[in-house]
Design a protein around this ligand. Structure first.
Ligand code: NAD
Length: 512
């Protein structure tokens, strides 16, 4: 990886060295045309500059798309099983680099090591899964209505695919996009989130080391409208895949529609976990803590609303709040830490502003709500795990995606009431129900308006071979993970082979 070594700012009194990372275009590491750069800082200790990255612009996107377009001419002709073998090799290499990349990720985005190891593992799982797809990519063969005629549909690549990713799963989410895309024979230009470019560079470097040819994967770092905008508008980009907020999804969806690009949008969530009177309470509390405060609540699938039936409401609240208070907040590199910092100052301010909103709406702040300062927290964006109780489902804290460690607990009468509360919202990503009653479980699976439903598990924990995505304002109907990704990154071509040696007309030539 072409990097310049610069002398960086001092960290804990010692001079550190900060790497400058360049864009990856056409197999070369190149500086941005703008001559500008930006810093990737550790949110647990902002004195730590993790890397300096290119602040790219339209000319860099144009160069990357051009390289991808040239590479497509050859890559589309490489047999899919051969393309997939390279992805398999990348999986093996990621296994070897897992610890290094997990540490890089914790440094650049703050989540605890246990979780960043999971993030890298998700990329590894996706690589193994998609490597297998290279030998499937099934399409239908089906009888023709005419004699001596053969009919089938084959998958074809789209061409250059543009990808725009968020910071909260900085290797897993790029892998969900890049790996199915290249197995299908496409070439890619990816713009990682400005808060976490390093993890995407680590993935791209591994794919390149594994043998992905030059130009097949290009990485252009920078800010949303500077890089994402030109990528969306580029006439040679045939597909756009965004994972991000619903607000940005609206911009991306409407812009991509103008040039009829395939467009996959994976957006925000406000995910309910329902706990019924008959639930295993220990399990539900454990799940609610993991779902609510894992990744500091910064998951699209975070358990941000817990809807608890009245019979166990008091006990659940008491035990849940006690456990939330006991979570250890700190630097994710410390193995004893339960919850890391917010990603940046703006997100921390948003989290704290929702504490004020919740209080002003009349919800009861049961624990947390404050920024953590001084000592080990002095240079980071830390906040206490925060729980509001007696939340009215119409309150803003129960309706809007906060994307922080703020959980709203809402009381409900029964399952019907709980499902009404769960569904009465703009989003529809994940959902969960704790019960021992199989009838109730299956009713909820049918009735919850969400792309994912867990029974007796929190709203987080997706596996890579199942469809991932949501309904309503969470997306536009596509799915990542599993076969849905292959569907998005390929286009059907129907093929008819007539071996009758005469003109046969469908619908017209019919037996008397
Ligand atoms: P964001 O929407 O702010 O940014 C996402 C990406 O879009 C970034 O790379 C950003 O630079 C880019 N972008 C911003 N403005 C743009 C523009 N005008 N044109 C083109 N690109 C633009 O989101 P974020 O803060 O990085 O991530 C958090 C959000 O992502 C949350 O809403 C979360 O729910 C969502 N998310 C969804 C999923 C899912 O699969 N549904 C997964 C993870 C995160």
């Amino acid at each position: 990886m072409a990097t310049d070594i610069l002398t960086g700012p001092t960290l804990l009194g010692t001079a550190t060295r900060t790497r400058t990372y360049k864009n990856f275009i056409d197999g070369e590491w190149v500086e941005a045309s703008t001559g500008d750069t930006f810093e990737d800082r550790n949110p647990a200790d902002t004195r730590d500059v993790v890397g300096i990255f290119q602040k790219s612009g339209k000319a860099d996107v144009d160069a990357a798309v051009d390289a991808a377009k040239r590479a497509f001419a050859k890559w589309r002709l490489v047999p899919a099983p051969r393309r997939a073998e390279i992805v398999y090799r990348a999986a093996e290499m990621l296994m070897e680099r897992k610890e290094e990349y997990s540490r890089d990720m914790t440094r650049e985005m703050g989540k605890i090591l246990k979780e960043t190891r999971g993030d890298v593992q998700e990329a590894i799982d996706t690589a193994y899964y998609m490597a297998g797809e290279g030998r499937r990519m099934f399409g239908p063969t089906t009888p023709s209505e005419l004699p001596n005629k053969f009919a089938m549909a084959v998958r074809q690549p789209l061409g250059v695919c543009g990808m725009i990713t968020p910071w909260n799963f900085p290797m897993a989410i790029p892998s969900w996009k890049l790996l199915p895309a290249i197995v299908c024979g496409n070439t890619c230009v990816i713009k990682p989130a400005q808060d976490t470019p390093l993890s995407t560079f680590n993935l791209a470097r591994t794919l390149s080391d594994a043998g992905v040819p030059r130009g097949v994967i290009n990485v252009v770092s920078g800010f949303g409208s500077d890089v994402g905008g030109p990528l969306l508008e580029h006439p040679d980009v045939r597909a756009i895949s965004l994972t991000g907020s619903t607000a940005v999804g609206r911009i991306v969806g409407t812009t991509a529609a103008k040039s009829f690009k395939h467009c996959s949008l994976e957006l925000g969530g406000k995910n309910p976990m329902i706990v019924l009177d008959d639930a295993n309470l220990d399990l539900a509390i454990e799940g609610g803590l993991w779902g609510g405060f894992g990744t500091t609540g910064q998951r699209c699938t975070a358990t941000s609303r817990i809807v608890v039936q009245k019979g166990i409401y008091g006990e659940f609240v008491e035990r849940y709040v006690d456990r939330a208070k006991a979570l250890r907040v700190g630097n994710g590199l410390d193995e004893t830490t339960d919850m890391g910092p917010a990603i940046n100052e703006a997100q921390l301010k948003t989290d704290l502003s929702y504490v004020e909103i919740g209080k002003s709406e009349g919800a009861k702040l049961k624990c947390g709500g404050n920024r953590l300062e001084g000592g080990e927290y002095q240079y980071g964006w830390f906040m206490e795990p925060t729980v509001f109780i007696d939340v009215d489902p119409k309150m803003r804290i129960a309706q809007e995606e906060i994307f922080g460690p703020v959980v709203s607990i809402i009381a409900c009468e029964d399952l019907e009431d709980a499902i009404h509360i769960a569904n009465n919202i703009e989003y529809g990503l994940s959902s969960s129900l704790y019960t021992k009653d199989v009838n109730k479980a299956f009713s909820a699976i049918r009735d919850l308006e969400a792309g994912i439903t867990y029974i007796n598990a929190p709203t987080i924990g997706a596996e890579v071979h199942l469809p991932f995505g949501g309904v309503k304002a969470t997306g536009n109907g596509h799915r990542e993970g599993g076969i849905g990704a292959i569907d998005f990154y390929s286009e059907w071509k129907s093929v008819y082979v007539d071996y009758s040696d005469r003109l046969q007309r469908a619908q017209i030539d019919r037996p008397e």
